[in-house]
Design a binder for this molecule. Structure first.
Ligand code: XIL
Length: 346
């Protein structure tokens, strides 16, 4: 070989400086680490137990987990005084073994309540005073059980309506609006280190909901109530515009001193799936990550299930599906690649 060719070959073979040629992260764990945030998924406990391939992808990709259903009231206390912690315990134990942090979901909600509670309230056999002590005991028992093992709790879920009024749930109608402050205080007493969140859907864009939630937070803070974070569920669909003001909304909550999390991201579509729809979906996922990264207080992005094999979407939204990052066979979709390609806007 001529010297010139040898020299040229050496120059071409020499590694570029890291900054000029950053290697794309190899998976979501590496991506999360690169950006200094947590990337999580909701977990279906039955799948976690029964499906080795599900387990493998979950634990390879995610550094944060949320129980999709296992910590809800109907799951942990299906009959009054009969506690069934096995699934919730299994999630927390799996997280420990796989170095994942945990989001507790959820302490106060109007859905997935046990029948003994809802019927007791309806037929009057549980009066307001008793209901309040039932709620206090529920929060105290559950938070204490996982003390030190849950990074963040969704203390109240979906307490504001689309029109900006407080949701007329059994909690509001029987206990009055003070139940929200009480819930945060009881949770804080049970685990003073856990970050306590208010969590909601459509908070990405719905103005009345945003304004009411902001004033609710300010009001709680003025009373000295321990509230540390705002969770945006992020259930999106490509048939709707991407919520383009989301980062600004996050910033308004961050300006109150709150941590921000995207807690239940998924991006559904009308079936059938096409390559064009998957490409659009990919932009929604990467924009959500970019929005989170553009707000310093946004520390976590959790998806509501990572595989279409176990997604809540087809069961809840007729004719829709394919909302997750991986397909039924756990093959990564364009949205997965799009996340890996996101550069830090900070
Ligand atoms: C959903 C679960 O994914 C389903 O399996 C269950 O049947 C109903 O609840 N907002 C929330 C989540 O806060 O708890 C919901 O999870 C989805 C909407």
């Amino acid at each position: 070989m001529k010297p010139l060719i040898i020299a040229l070959a050496l120059v071409l073979a020499a590694p570029l400086p890291a900054s000029a040629h950053p290697r794309p992260p190899r998976d979501l764990r590496a991506l999360a680490q690169q950006h200094g945030i947590k990337i999580g998924s909701a977990v279906d406990i039955a799948a976690l137990r029964a499906e080795p391939d599900y387990r493998k992808v979950l634990n390879r990709e995610f550094s944060h987990v949320t129980a999709e259903n296992a910590m809800k009231w109907e799951s942990v206390e299906p009959e009054r005084g009969v506690f069934t912690w096995a699934d919730a315990d299994a999630l927390v134990e799996s997280a420990r073994r796989n170095r994942q942090q945990v989001r507790g979901h959820t302490l106060v909600w109007h859905n997935q309540l046990p029948a003994w509670l809802t019927t007791g309230v309806e037929d009057g056999s549980i009066d307001a005073a008793e209901l309040r002590s039932i709620l206090r005991d529920h929060i105290t028992t559950q938070v204490r059980r996982y003390k030190g093992k849950i990074r963040a709790w969704d203390v109240v879920n979906e307490v504001v309506e689309e029109d900006g009024t407080l949701r007329q749930s059994l909690w509001l109608t029987h206990l009055g609006p003070g139940y929200i402050a009480d819930a945060f205080r009881w949770a804080h007493r049970a685990d003073p280190h856990a970050k306590l969140f208010i969590n909601d859907y459509n908070l990405e864009w719905n103005a009345p909901k945003i304004e009411t939630t902001l004033s609710l937070v300010k009001d709680l803070q003025a009373q000295g109530v321990p509230i540390h974070g705002a969770g945006f569920q992020g259930h999106l669909g490509i048939q709707y515009d991407y919520p383009g003001d989301w980062a600004n909304v996050m910033r308004r909550f961050a300006d109150l001193g709150l941590e921000i999390a995207i807690t239940e991201l998924d991006v559904r579509m009308e079936l059938p799936v096409t390559p064009e729809k998957l490409a659009t979906q990919a932009t929604y996922y990467s924009r959500a990550l970019t929005d989170c990264l553009s707000v310093r207080a946004c520390r976590e992005l959790t998806v509501w299930g990572f595989t279409d094999r176990h997604s809540w979407v087809p069961g809840w939204f007729e004719g829709q599906g394919s909302a997750c990052l991986f397909d039924e066979n756990l093959a990564p979709k364009p949205a997965y690649q799009a996340l890996l390609a996101v550069k830090s806007p900070r």
